[in-house]
Design a binder for this molecule. Structure first.
Ligand code: CAA
Length: 241
């Protein structure tokens, strides 16, 4: 029986590459998205992967969404917490809304999603929880107090939940991408990207979404059961944690 994978924010950017790679590896994939119907429809038409719309910052929406996915595809074996947003600005200019939007979408979502799949995984004795952190959660980033806090919090969550579920066949890991060539990174002012970021990447280029997806497929595998609580960096050498 094919395993079932649920990828939040799975219709665009890094998430889309993860959905496609898991699908190619034989998983039944559900890709969620929060708002962009047009991109989700296009993704569904191009890949044939099932898409679902809900807000990962809303616990009740996650409960209902996971129930729909499970009714359609079966119990979730692999959860990829990928959905995330940026609201970049320096702390002295940051509004409460900019802080809360990032914390609720990027950090509260981990609880909202994982809480809704963990009991089934524990009962089944198998599960893979893979959450997408960021180099900027590891090292901090100018203009990203909110995002860096959420992505660092994600690593703490991963280590705690890994310990709680290790004896139940469930691994819990993080992947920490560096600067990947997606819309999110291309939204950084070009001058900042060229002068402040690219020179810091020893590999000399932005990463590809597929290079992150490869890490997720590796950690999701049945035979990756001895890796838990880990953070796998894929950042072109920009930060060696
Ligand atoms: N380090 C040191 N100084 C920096 C800096 C940095 N990384 N970035 C900007 N500055 C400096 C600028 O040089 C400028 O200094 P001067 O006034 O002396 O020239 C000052 O800070 C203000 O910079 P801006 O003119 O850019 O100010 P702003 O208020 O318009 O914008 C900002 C500030 C929003 C932080 C903007 O610089 C920015 O977007 N920076 C990029 C932030 C970033 O890397 N975000 C990552 C997005 S991708 C992502 O999040 C995915 C992932 O996981 C990696």
């Amino acid at each position: 029986m094919a395993r079932v994978a649920l990828v939040t924010g799975g219709t665009r950017g890094i998430g889309a590459a993860i959905s496609v790679a898991l699908n190619a590896a034989g998983y039944k994939v559900a890709a969620t998205y929060g708002g962009n119907d047009e991109a989700a429809d296009k993704f569904k038409d191009e890949t044939g992967i099932a898409v679902y719309k809900w807000d990962v910052s809303d616990f009740e929406a996650c409960s209902a969404g996971v129930a729909r996915v499970q009714a359609d595809l079966g119990p979730v074996d692999v959860l990829v917490n990928n959905a995330g947003i940026t609201r970049d600005t320096t702390l002295h200019k940051m509004t409460v809304d900019q802080w809360q939007a990032v914390i609720s979408t990027n950090l509260d979502s981990l609880f909202n999603m994982t809480r809704n799949v963990i009991e089934n995984m524990r009962a089944k004795g198998f599960g893979r929880i893979i959450s997408i952190s960021s180099i900027n959660g590891q090292k901090g980033q100018f203009g990203q107090a909110n995002y860096s806090a959420a992505k660092a919090g994600l690593i703490g969550f991963t280590k705690a939940v890994a310990q709680e579920n290790a004896a139940k066949g469930i691994t819990v890991n993080a992947v920490a991408p560096g600067y990947i060539g997606t819309e999110m990174v291309r939204a950084v002012p070009e001058e900042v990207l060229k002068s402040k970021i690219l020179p810091l990447i020893p590999v000399g280029r932005l990463g590809e979404p597929e290079e992150v997806a490869k890490c997720v497929v590796f950690l999701a595998a049945d035979d990756a059961g001895f890796i838990t609580g880990a953070t796998l960096s894929t950042n072109g050498g920009q930060y060696m944690a």
